[in-house]
Design a protein around this ligand. Structure first.
Ligand code: NAD
Ligand code: DAU
Length: 365
């Protein structure tokens, strides 16, 4: 099959309307079956109905095509199973679709898993990013967006925030793998002149988040009368942003960001973990007695805090979803999607869950 015929999967060339053709972009989304990636695909398809979306995902434990049932029949959407760390898989997708844009979400994303098994984090998050960058260069991708994290800056004391020039100081294998990938993005720009951006976001919450992250673990366990594990004394601080606000930031950077720039995307919405958990319980109208303090995460970062003035000033981004409204909406979503969580909780997941939490349980007074 020629390249043109392959693109016809999308009837890309079938329109006679040149203006429409010119405004159409082929967007390769990696990791689109995960939490943020699947929310971004839905967001992008709504905002840019003419775009053609390729979702390239390995479908690890965290990749779930049930996250995309609302759009899977759309003629502008294609799913391709593949591994970002496998050059053959990546070559195949570039050969077939020659994307204009790449938005790179695919990653091993959970800190506790990285402490148990760092190797796969290096494989996917570092090598996978380099392979995607190399093919993006070969196929003249117009913009490569690296979805990074506030964790690359390491832990912050209270009242300190960091801008994009702060030093990288990751403290866990996940964060180190993301920081390494960010450096490869920088190199792609400095050495080869590739058009790239890095977006470093704070903690996201929203629908379709895998129930290993704090908010879905708490909601799901509370609804099922299970213990609510709080690491350490619960005073660690995270900054929470609705995933839709993150999607809006990615859209702005993809279309208007200055090439080579890093953009921090934080919500100015800090919560101590224990206070957040109590707030969720209050919303659920459930008592606090299921809370169980467990042995702390190794190398547990105390707090992350981003100075996001740059994206606000340059691109006019701001958060639009008030946390107390957003969390209510997300709690309702989980309540009405308990089957979604139950399907996920396969044997493999339960084994992980037991391994991570079993050794952590400490007797309480
Ligand atoms: P997730 O774990 O929910 O999803 C990751 C997706 O990547 C899954 O669909 C998985 O199947 C896929 N994947 C994993 N390895 C792959 C590989 N080798 N090849 C192809 N696909 C692969 O993660 P998420 O929470 O949606 O995070 C997405 C991105 O955003 C990550 O890069 C993460 O570092 C970053 N990020 C997440 C947050 C957050 O709060 N969740 C905050 C800031 C940045
Ligand atoms: O800050 C951005 C990062 O946020 C992303 O880059 C990561 O991909 C994402 O996983 C997330 O990392 P965190 O480690 O901050 O998120 P997590 O939901 O795992 O934990 C949030 C806080 O809650 C953290 O201080 C640890 C604590 N925690 C977590 C779990 C899962 C608990 O106390 N109990 C738990 O069971």
């Amino acid at each position: 099959m020629t390249k043109k015929e392959k693109k016809d999967v999308f009837n890309f060339y079938s329109s006679d309307d040149q203006e429409k053709k010119d405004s159409t972009k082929i967007v390769l989304i990696t990791g689109g079956a995960g939490f943020i990636g699947s929310n971004f695909i839905r967001y992008l398809m709504k905002q840019y109905p003419e775009y053609k979306i390729i979702n390239f995902d390995k479908l690890t434990y965290a990749g779930n095509l049930n996250n995309l049932t609302l759009i899977e029949e759309d003629p502008n959407y294609v799913f391709l199973k593949g591994d970002a760390a496998n050059p053959e898989d990546v070559k195949n997708v570039f050969e077939q679709f020659s994307p204009n844009f790449v938005v790179h979400f695919a990653a091993e994303s959970h800190v506790d898993r990285s402490i148990l098994n760092p190797d796969i984090f290096l494989q996917t998050n570092v090598l996978g990013t380099q392979i995607l960058l190399s093919y993006s260069r070969e196929y003249n991708v117009e913009r490569f967006i690296q979805i990074s994290t506030d964790e690359v800056y390491g832990s912050m004391e209270k009242n300190i925030s960091c801008n994009e020039y702060a030093k990288l100081a990751p403290n866990n294998p996940y964060a180190a793998s993301k920081a390494s990938a960010d450096l490869l993005i920088r190199v792609a720009h400095q050495t080869y002149g590739q058009k790239v951006n890095i977006i470093r976001a704070c903690n996201n919450y929203g629908p379709y988040q895998f129930p290993e992250k704090l908010i879905p673990v708490i909601i799901y366990n509370a609804l099922n009368n299970k213990e609510l594990p709080i690491f350490g004394d619960g005073t660690n601080i995270r900054n929470w942003m609705h995933v839709d606000d993150h999607c809006r930031a990615i859209d702005l950077v993809l279309h208007k960001g200055r090439s080579g720039e890093i953009y921090n995307v934080g919500a100015d919405n800090e919560w101590e973990n224990i206070k957040l958990v109590k707030h969720i319980l209050k919303e659920l109208k459930l008592p606090d007695d299921l809370i169980q303090f467990v042995i702390d995460r190794k190398g547990h970062d105390f707090r992350y805090s981003l100075d996001s003035s740059k994206i606000k000033q340059e691109l006019g981004w701001k958060t639009t979803i008030d946390f107390k409204d957003g969390i209510k909406q997300v709690i309702d979503w989980y309540k009405s999607h308990l089957d979604w969580i139950e399907e996920i909780q396969s044997g493999e997941y339960m084994k992980y869950f037991e391994r991570v939490y079993k050794e952590r349980i400490v007797e309480q007074d």
